[in-house]
Structure formats: C-alpha cells, structure tokens
Design a protein around this ligand. Structure first.
Ligand code: PGA
Ligand code: ZN
Length: 437
C-alpha cells in the first residue's frame, strides 16, 4: 500500500497568464503525482471559492500564495500518511478540514490541487495510467453491484465561434460549438473537428470577418452583430466540408445567459443585437434558433437562478434537445437534486473546480447517471497543460467532453491526451454515442 509522504505546492501560470495552484503529491514509494488547477471567467454564483491574494499588489491581486500556503501548512499535516488509494477518505478529510459550504477557508483551488495530485500519485505508485485509477475509484463510488463500467472515449463538443466573457465585445452568447455526432471513433471526431475549424475560418474570411483572433478557448472571435450569423457561418462550414448538418455534425450553444441577465429587472439584455427579453421571451428566442439551425444542445440557456424559466424551457424542449446546466448546477449535488425535482434541465456540466474534490465530482456524476441526466466533463476558460479531465471523462464513461477549440496548446494537451488513451484502449476503443443518429 502506497501512502502519502508529502505535499509540495507552488504558484504557476494559466493560459491567461494568471497565477494558479500546482500541487505535487509524493508517495511513500517515491512516485510523484502532479496536478494544476484551472480557473473560470464566466463563473457562477454557486461555485466553490477560488482563494486569491486580493490584498496583495503582486499579479494585480490575483496571486494564489495564500492557497499554496494552505496546502503546505494546513492540509499537508492533516493528510500525511494516508492511503493513496483511499481517495474518498482523503477528500472527506479535506472537506472536514475546510469546514465551509464553499471551500472558502482553505480555497477550492488548494483543495482541488491536493485531491487531484493524490489521484495522480496513486496511479503513478501503481504504475498505471490515471484513467485506470479513476475508473477503479468510479466503480467503487457507483457500487460494484451494477455492470462493470468500461472506460469510453467522450464525444467532444468543440468551440468554433466565441463571444460573451471569452472574446472581446462581440456576441452576447459565449460559445457556438460543434459536435461531430457522425464520427465512428475519437480520432475521426477530432479530424472532422479540425476540418470544420479551418472551414469556419475560411467562411469568416470570405464574408469579410476577422478570422485571425481567437478567444480564451481558441474559438474565432469575429465581430458579429447577431447570434444567427454565427450559426449560419458554422452551417456553411459544415456544407463546405461535405458534412450533412445534424446527421454528421450538429451545433451546440453555450448561451451563458447568467452573464447578460439583470436580476433586478428580470431581464435578459443582449447588447450586440439590442434585445431585451423576459424569461419567456428568452425561451422564444432559443426556440427560434432551434427551429432553424441544427442545434442539439443548449447550455445555460437561462440564468443560474431562473428555476421557473428552466422548468418551462425543459418542458418545451426536453428530451429532444440536451439542456445543460453549468452555472445552474455548478457541479453541486444539492443544486442538481433541485434540478431533478423541478425538472429543470436534462444534463449537467461537470467542472472539478466548481466543487473542489474528485469525490464530490463523482457524487454529481453518479446522481446525474442515476436520474438519466447526461454529463459533459468540461475544462475552464483558464487552463494549463494539466490533462486530468481527459482521464476523468474516459474513466467515468461520462459520454461527452468540452475542452475548447482545436487551437491553443492548453486545449490540445487534452485532445492529445485522449488520442493516447484511445491508443491505450486498443484498435476498437469505443466512442460514446450520447446522441442517436
Ligand atoms: P468559464 O467558461 O470557464 O469561463 O466559466 C466555461 C463555460 O462556461 O462552460
Ligand atoms: Zn458554460
């Protein structure tokens, strides 16, 4: 049995050049596991707290030296000597040590860094790939009574055109993405995506738009006036590639509506197109898009606390359209429970740092699975070379992954990791098929 000998932590930089936490867990065997924590820009109100050095002038108050100190001073003595395979035990101790509902004492960035580094160290001590260790933990978390859960490669959901808080001053919605639903394998899905990304660039240039600048997640950031233009451009690119819209490739949208919702007035205010809508009006706008364009998935179509709107949206479009709660659920079991009870949404975005430990992430994934909610494992807009989410998506057979576009190395690191996992799983490595064709 390998135990946790020591923890090391340091401040490193993410894809936006902002400080973030890196943790190394050192096993009694000498094996080392390392993880780096990501960071969001369009964060929801219900997410776990990211501890930053707000009162320090260094890095404009965005430093994470307090979180780093929490790892070495508070957490390390509390978890030293624990069994590295006892992920649930380690995470329970982290949660107890923090003692707050949103990890605000230790910081979710400190806690998650430790939680993930421990999983990496456990895999490394066993000489196994991370997804094998995570799959073992997932089987334990879901109970061994059911059929064994085989690792499955996730279908990617990939940014093409970005707006909102991820790209300067164009669309109000955050992302127009594609899902290569017709791909037979993960590597084919990736190849189709790259062809589409190039084709979207060509269509943009042909229409006189900027195609050189990309947003935080690698999607193009042209100055469009209406969301409809973005959908048309992506459909044109599908046709240019010889793909049949909806059958081969479909559109997914991350509306990220929380970020243009004005709670005081109960108004969704879309600046680019000059629309001001109440909840019902916003649903009608989404309905218009769904009618005209090959959209199969909508994320955060309404704001994070607009529960009645979410229930109306779900009554109207579920189950034909995937309705993902990101800010709505914040990877929290308590919020996902509410969604299940109120029939709000039918899928959950899974972001490790919204909740702060691997075990709580498993809890959200298990609850989703048990209630027929689909799951999409997701990166953040601030990412690094860390590829843990690729292994997590495979190990839990989540079915879908959302990493960003096929540009910028912090994104490609994960796509490339999935290529390696595909190879490790062998020539018939299964690709998840969450959408019937
Ligand atoms: P974020 O964006 O990481 O900036 O929150 C990702 C998303 O909204 O899905
Ligand atoms: Zn989102």
């Amino acid at each position: 049995m390998a135990t946790l000998k020591a923890l090391k932590a340091r401040q490193v930089l993410d894809s936006r050049g902002r400080p973030t936490v890196e943790v190394e867990a050192i096993a009694s065997t000498g094996a080392v596991g390392r993880a780096i924590v990501p960071s969001g820009a369009s964060t929801g109100r219900h997410e776990a707290l990211e501890l930053r050095d707000t009162e320090s002038p260094r890095y404009g108050g965005l430093g994470v030296l307090k979180a780093v100190a929490q790892v070495t001073d508070a957490i390390a003595p509390a978890v030293a000597g624990m069994d590295l395979d006892d992920q649930a035990g380690v995470d329970a101790r982290l949660i107890a040590l923090d003692g707050t509902p949103n990890k605000s004492r230790l910081g979710a960035n400190a806690v998650l860094g430790v939680s993930l580094a421990v999983a990496h160290a456990a895999a490394s001590a066993r000489g196994e790939e991370l997804f094998v260790q995570l799959n073992r933990l997932w089987r334990a978390a879901t109970g061994s009574s059911g059929a064994a859960i085989e690792p499955v490669l996730p279908l990617p959901m990939v940014n093409m055109i970005s707006g909102g808080l991820h790209a300067g001053g164009n669309l109000d919605i955050q992302d127009v993405l594609i899902v290569p639903v017709g791909a037979a394998s993960y590597s084919e899905a990736l190849e189709m995506t790259v062809a589409l990304y190039r084709a979207v660039g060509a269509v943009l240039r042909h229409r006189g738009f900027e195609a050189a600048l990309v947003g935080d997640e690698g999607g193009y950031g042209p100055r469009l006036r209406q969301e409809e233009q973005a959908f048309e451009i992506v459909v044109d690119a599908m046709i240019a590639c010889g793909f049949e819209p909806r059958r081969d490739v479909a559109i997914a949208v991350d509306v990220a509506a929380t970020h243009f919702y004005e709670a005081a007035q109960g108004t969704y205010r879309l600046m680019a197109s000059g629309r001001e809508l109440d909840s019902a009006g916003m649903i009608d706008l989404l309905a218009g898009w769904i009618e005209v364009y090959p959209i199969i998935s909508l994320e955060d179509g309404l704001a994070e606390d607009d529960w009645d709107g979410w229930a109306a949206l779900t009554a109207r479009f579920g189950p034909s359209i995937q309705l993902i709660g990101d800010d709505l659920f914040a990877t929290q079991v308590s919020r996902l429970h509410q969604g299940i009870d109120r029939r709000a949404g039918n899928a959950v975005l899974i972001k490790l740092n919204q909740v702060g430990t691997l075990t709580e992430t498993f809890d959200a994934l298990r609850l989703a699975r048990d209630h027929g909610f689909r799951a999409v494992v997701s990166a953040r807009s601030g990412e690094t070379e860390d590829t843990t989410i690729a292994d997590l998506a495979v190990a839990t057979a989540a079915g879908q992954i959302k990493i960003g576009s096929v540009a910028r190395s912090e994104r490609l690191a994960k796509y490339n990791r999935l290529l390696r996992i595909e190879e490790a799983l062998g020539p018939d490595a299964p690709l998840a098929r969450p959408f019937a064709r």
